[in-house]
Design a protein. Structure first.
Length: 115
């Protein structure tokens, strides 16, 4: 069994910062990518950021320069540092790890950006 548990969501004011964490546990042979996705009400789930096993990163255009994805292999945890948050960033954020042949998802954590 593989489990991903997100934490760090909550209410934050516009312009504020938040760091999401995703703890990975269980037996996984090889992870080749770690990613963060989000889904706002009435919208499809979208990729926010991804980091590969070779440390290459990719970001959605809307978060580039504001969000940073990173990982700590020793702790089996990866992160999404979110700065300069905007109301449009309000969504449920999901973490995902990509392995062969399966992807594994966390349960999601709500981030609400509002004054």
């Amino acid at each position: 069994q593989v489990h991903l548990v997100e934490s760090g969501g909550g209410l934050v004011q516009p312009g504020g910062s938040r760091r999401l964490s995703c703890k990975v546990s269980g037996v996984i042979l090889t992870i080749y990518a770690w990613g963060w996705y989000r889904q706002a009400p009435g919208k499809q789930r979208e990729l926010v950021a991804v980091i590969t096993v070779s440390e290459n990163t990719n970001y959605a255009h809307s978060v580039k320069g504001r969000f940073t994805i990173s990982r700590d292999g020793a702790e089996n945890t990866f992160y999404l540092q979110m700065n300069s948050l905007e109301p449009e960033d309000t969504a449920v954020y999901y973490c995902k790890v990509s392995t062969e042949p399966f992807d594994y998802w966390g349960q999601g954590t709500q981030v609400t950006v509002s004054s």
